[in-house]
Write a protein that binds this ligand. Structure first.
Ligand SMILES: Nc1ncnc2c1ncn2[C@@H]1O[C@H](COP(=O)(O)OP(=O)(O)OP(=O)(O)O)[C@@H](O)[C@H]1O
Length: 365
């Protein structure tokens, strides 16, 4: 039994838009699942379906053993956090934290009356949690401040604290770090990972930032046009993408793609039409001779993008019909536009795709 389960869920909006298409996905307790995919692929709708803010057109949604498909949002006990999570501006941090709890009390007292919860989940137990949640998130010193006296990152922490105090069955987060600057988002990402690990609850996390997803998630679900294309651990999806779309989406730089005809055909597996390789797998040398690898070609540097800890060298591969390719190099690389170079890629780094851009598995997989 999964803590969260979507069973063949479809959401068609009245105007005919199929936002989510026969989606099946399970998240375990204590697991952080990142939903990633391009804008409009159905990520937010998936979260809203789980929160009960949208009704599915077909399929069922489960939280543990409960079928919540038709359960009202207030009775689902999931906490949803958005990118622009609004705190109550007139309340202190403490007030904001306990506000969720006050609503919770109403929920719990109703639930107690109907006998559907056990005493371990009493409001008192949750009250005890406020202090520890504030401590856990490093917001104890801020308890008496108002939201306008907080930084963006601190506000996000309070919003998360408010969600944690409710002790929900599941956490749903929609781009919670997207409004923060890169450094702060990076710091919070590490903290969130630790918090999520300790919570022991399922976390469904939406982001369009593949880096954030790779860093935070135990598993990724890559979506396109309402469908889940692949679910797996970040490294597994990165190294063994099901198709070219996924390969491109989980990398920070698009995959270099070339037609099979440019390689000695004996290398290609049956059915292969195109092959690809990642920028970090291209070896680049200023020497014109001697570079090895399955694929070895002369090229000319078109542009060098210096990114601090590494550089991207964009090149025109004269020997490969002028294909435009990219290699990841050391930050100190001295290549300049116009330089002639020799590039090479090892055979085991090549990814092969068929005519419909599905990746062809290697014999070792
Ligand atoms: N209320 C609605 N009525 C009609 N279509 C909608 C509605 N809400 C969303 N959609 C459409 O459903 C599709 C999925 O939207 P959704 O917001 O889930 O995408 P997303 O992956 O979260 O996108 P983004 O990354 O841009 O936030 C889009 O084509 C969107 O235009």
């Amino acid at each position: 039994m999964k803590a969260i389960e979507f069973d063949s869920v479809t959401k068609t909006f009245p105007d005919g838009t199929v936002a989510v298409d026969k989606l099946s996905l399970g998240v375990e307790n204590g697991e952080t699942m990142a939903l990633i995919g391009p804008s409009g692929c159905g990520k937010t709708t998936t979260l809203r379906l789980l929160a009960g803010l949208e009704d599915p057109t077909a399929g069922s949604i489960w939280l543990g053993e409960s079928d919540v498909t038709r359960v009202a949002p207030a009775n689902r006990n999931v906490a949803m956090m958005f990118q622009s999570d609004a705190l109550y501006s007139h309340m202190s941090v403490r007030g904001n934290l306990s506000f969720g709890l006050k609503n919770r009390r109403r929920f719990w007292s109703r639930a107690f009356r109907s006998g559907s919860v056990d005493a371990n989940s009493s409001p008192e137990r949750i009250v005890e949690g406020i202090g520890s949640v504030a401590k856990r998130l490093g917001i104890e010193p801020l308890l008496d401040r108002k939201p306008h006296q907080l930084s963006g990152g601190e506000r996000q922490r309070v919003a998360l604290g408010r969600a944690m105090i409710r002790d929900p069955a599941a956490f749903l987060l929609d781009e919670p770090l997207s409004r923060l600057d890169a450094r702060l988002a990076g710091e919070l990402r590490i903290e969130l990972r630790q918090v999520f690990r300790d919570l022991g609850k399922p976390v469904l996390y939406v982001t369009h930032d593949q880096r954030e997803a790779m860093a935070l998630a135990d598993r990724l679900a890559v979506m396109d046009r309402g469908k889940v294309l692949q679910v797996g651990e970040p490294l597994e999806v990165y190294q063994r993408p099901v198709n070219l779309f996924v390969a491109n989406f989980v990398g920070s730089v698009p995959v270099n793609v070339l037609p099979k005809a440019l390689l000695a055909s004996m290398l290609a597996p049956a059915g292969a039409e195109i092959f690809g390789f990642r920028a970090e797998h291209v070896g680049v040398s200023g020497k014109q001779e001697g570079a090895g690898g399955a694929l070895s070609f002369r090229a000319r540097v078109r542009e060098v993008e210096r990114l601090g800890d590494h550089a991207l060298v964009y090149m025109d591969a004269d020997e490969l019909e002028g294909a435009r390719l990219v290699a990841r190099c050391d930050a100190e690389t001295e290549f300049r536009p116009g330089d002639p170079i020799k590039a090479s890629v090892d055979e085991e780094r090549l990814m092969w795709f068929d005519a419909s851009q599905q990746r062809i598995k290697s014999v070792a997989e």
